[in-house]
Design a protein around this ligand. Sequence first.
Ligand code: COA
Length: 339
Amino acid sequence: MPSSSRAKPAAPVSTVILGTGSFAPAGVLTNAELSQRMDTSDEWIVTRTGIRERRIAGPGESTSDMAVQAAAAALADAKLAPAEIDLLIVATITPDLTMPATACMVQAKLGLPTTAACFDVNAACSGFLYALDTACAMIGSGRYRHALVIGVEKLSTIVDWTDRTTCVLFGDGAGAVVVGPSSKPDVGLLGTRLGALGENVELLYIPGGGSAAPATPESLKAGAHTIKMKGKEVFKLAVRVMEESARDILEQHGLRADQIDCVVPHQANLRIIEAIAQYLELPLDRFFINVGRYGNTSAASIPLALDEARRAGRIKNGDLTLLVAFGAGLTYGSALIRW
Ligand code: COA
């Protein structure tokens, strides 16, 4: 049995992001290559989505492998050793296995202490924000000290590569942050606004393979284990709830949209981001956008973009960042961070 000698630290004043990291598999799949495989075109995909290429993990490159790469980079950025992590949350809808949690595999591969709490969160593209909020609350309780929060997906294994209406949208990747306590007020995660519209499950889901519809030879043949989506309805709801969620959190904190230095939105579709910018009356250059290079990487999308935004100098100390997401569930969420 591992020893449970975790000291009970005092509750911190705030929880801050101490480091970020990301990982994208080397395999690039361009729109031109997709056009050779199916009836689509670079022009159609770019005009409707802004996506030019996406990364595809190799057969030997698992979700937990990608998570480990992103997490190691975040730990290095935070200047923390694996031994200092006592909480690991992995947000993903593409776990290595249905059971156990991918977090357990990441724990073992990273060499985290056996006294670290490790679990997965499934909130699809909002998963990272759900996991971040959970980690901050657990650290805020004073019972945990340093958390690794990872968003990671190998969506290439759950898309139907014969369905041009969905497969062109998604890609693989990982992003991670290290969260810890701070005695400074008014920095770190200032607040979150999470929610879900559970009556809309069938707008974006995988019908087969769960306990409601276990896998059968027929379900496999019918492709029931791949993503099904009603794109137009999802588009409209995405714009509406992301705008509302952003407005709610700004109002809660008495802030105007133009006080945000950088918005890091879920990277699903450039047109969705443009619509949100328009509704919030913010110039598009206030948004960090990398959907063109990665497509939609679901739970990995925000932490991957956040890490790239920091490395590109788009986020500096003192800045205010708004994260805003939307995904299957239908889940949504926003978060405000002061650096
Ligand atoms: N290449 C070429 N043509 C395609 C295509 C593709 N990859 N995918 C669909 N089409 C065709 C359709 O079959 C349709 O043809 P038709 O008019 O002959 O029936 C036409 O293009 C228009 O399709 P439609 O679905 O109306 O396009 P759209 O403007 O709604 O764009 C999406 C489709 C998927 C890009 C858009 O709805 C979307 O981005 N939705 C949100 C998806 C999302 O972000 N999901 C994840 C949320 S976390």
